[in-house]
Design a protein around this ligand. Structure first.
Ligand code: SAH
Length: 234
């Protein structure tokens, strides 16, 4: 079973974009996952192919029309499609590695990319869209957010990452930020690789890495340590 992504966008040319290269691109070629980018404008009904209109109640900008979006969603995701329907949105639940893992274990995702001021609330409700944010900042459109989400998902699909172990030790996988990394040369501009890492003592190295990860997390992201699920939460 492969992960099937359907992206609804006004800019299908943005896909696969960066996901056509490197690990994700090779996995796309190997059909470990599939990607279709659907032009929302193809579902407009008037002769100007209008997808947006002025906001009810007034104000700046334009809003994407519920009727056009619903037609596009129904076309790629008819009733019975088991894939979650996501709307990239700064109002959404912040994307986490846990949600990324869930998505990667599922059949795929239908992803709607907003533009302008956003989308008519009624299509969010009528089609059960799950709003997903990639961070507390505003992008000009949902496309870069969709690329971010898919990148995070695809690298977890079976066979995509050469060294599967590296995935499990990364930031967030154990509720901690990752320890620092070093490689040759032994000395760089007067800075040495920490001695313990060249000691060959695997137990000491593991302890050092764990301690560094905890220190870094304490300094930069104490909120991660305080999360109820975290083993170090008090
Ligand atoms: N007026 C909206 C922002 C619209 S930005 C507001 O204030 O909430 C236009 C589109 O870009 C959005 O519909 C959404 O699809 C996408 N977008 C912008 N920022 C995003 C973010 N942080 N995460 C996910 N999608 C985002």
């Amino acid at each position: 079973m492969s992960f099937a992504a359907s992206v609804l966008t006004l800019y299908p040319e943005m896909f696969p974009g960066a996901l056509g290269l490197s690990l994700a691109g090779r996995a796309l070629e190997a059909r470990t996952w599939s990607l279709e980018a659907i032009q929302i404008r193809d579902f407009a009904t008037d002769r100007h192919r209008t997808v947006d209109d002025t906001p009810a109640g007034g104000g700046a900008g334009m809003v994407m029309r519920a009727d056009v979006l619903a037609k596009a969603i129904d076309h790629v995701s008819p009733p019975g499609d088991a894939r979650p329907r996501l709307l990239m949105s700064p109002r959404g639940k912040p994307l986490t590695q846990a949600r990324v893992r869930e998505l990667a274990a599922g059949p795929g995702a239908v992803i709607l990319c907003g533009r302008f001021e956003g989308v008519d609330q009624r299509v969010i409700e009528a089609r059960g869209l799950e709003e997903v944010s990639v961070g507390d900042f505003i992008l000009s459109g949902g496309e870069p957010a969709a690329l971010v989400l898919l990148d995070a998902v695809v690298r977890l699909l079976p066979g995509v990452m050469g060294n599967a172990v590296s995935g499990e030790e990364e930031s967030f996988e154990n509720g901690l930020l990752e320890h620092p990394h070093y490689t040759r040369p032994q000395e760089f501009e007067g800075r040495q690789i920490p001695e313990v890492l060249t000691s060959g003592n695997h137990k000491k190295i593991a302890d050092w890495r764990r301690a560094e990860a905890e220190k870094l997390t304490q300094e930069r992201r104490p909120d991660l340590l305080a999360a109820p699920a975290h083993p170090l939460a008090k």
